[in-house]
Design a binder for this molecule. Structure first.
Ligand code: IMP
Length: 193
C-alpha cells in the first residue's frame, strides 16, 4: 500500500485521516517516521507554512506528505491574527490571545471573521493545495467551554452559538479543517492508484 505522511504529532488528527483513507493509504505521522525535528513554520501565509512542513518531510524522508496550517482572520484587524493565531499575545495561552483580539475590537462594529485551514499535499513531487473556511463573527464576550483556541468567541454564520458551545461532532461537520480535509480526501479517493 502507498505510504502517506501527515506532518503532525497529533494522534487524534492522525486517527481521523487513517480511518478516512483506510485500504488506500498507509497514513504515518511524524512519530511513526521517527521525525523529532523542529520543522520551521516561518512563512507569513497559511499556504507557505503548510508547504514548509510537507516539503520538509519530502526532502528529509523521501515520502509523500501533507501538512495543514490554520488560523483566525478578523476583517477589522486586517486579517490578524492569521498565521500568528497560536501566539498572538506573545504567549500560547488561549485566554490571553482571545483577550487581545477582544481588546483590539473594542468599540468596533465590524466583527466579521473567519477560520481558515490550508492543506499542502506533496504527492509525486507535485504540491496540491486544499482550503477550508468558515465565516462568522467575533462575540464581545466568551461563551462555552468545548473546543480550543478562539472557539469561545467565534460564532459561525447561521448559528446563534459559539464553536465552544457545540459538540465536537457538530463542529466537525462545519469546521474549516473538516472542509479542507474533505477536499483532500475526495482528491485522494479519486486519484489513488
Ligand atoms: P493549527 O495550525 O491548526 O495548529 O492552528 C493554529 C492556531 O489557530 C491555533 O493554535 C488556534 O489558536 C487557532 N485555531 C485554528 N483552528 C482553530 C479552531 O478550530 N478553533 C479555535 N482556534 C483555532
Amino acid at each position: 500500500m502507498k505510504k502517506l505522511v501527515f506532518a503532525t504529532n497529533n494522534k487524534h488528527k492522525t486517527q481521523e485521516i487513517r480511518q478516512a483513507l483506510e485500504g488506500q493509504y498507509e497514513v504515518l505521522n511524524l512519530q511513526d517516521i521517527g521525525c523529532t525535528d523542529d520543522i520551521p513554520e516561518t512563512a507569513d501565509t497559511f499556504e507557505g507554512n503548510a508547504s514548509l512542513k510537507s516539503q520538509y518531510v519530502v526532502a528529509h524522508f523521501n515520502l509523500d506528505c501533507f501538512a495543514d496550517d490554520s488560523g483566525l482572520e478578523v476583517d477589522a484587524l486586517n486579517n490578524e491574527p492569521g498565521v500568528y493565531s497560536a501566539r498572538y499575545s506573545g504567549s500560547r495561552d488561549s485566554l490571553e490571545n482571545i483577550n487581545l483580539v477582544l481588546e483590539k475590537l473594542k468599540n468596533q462594529s465590524n466583527r466579521k471573521a473567519r477560520f481558515k485551514t490550508v492543506i499542502s499535499l506533496v504527492q509525486d513531487g507535485v504540491n496540491h493545495f486544499f482550503e477550508g473556511t468558515v465565516e462568522g463573527t467575533i462575540r464581545t464576550e466568551l461563551s462555552g467551554s468545548a473546543g480550543f483556541g478562539y472557539d469561545p468567541v467565534f460564532q459561525p454564520e447561521g448559528y446563534a452559538i459559539t464553536f465552544a458551545e457545540m459538540s465536537m461532532a457538530e463542529k466537525n461537520q462545519i469546521s474549516h479543517r473538516a472542509i479542507a480535509l474533505k477536499k483532500m480526501i475526495d482528491f485522494l479517493n479519486t486519484n489513488s492508484r
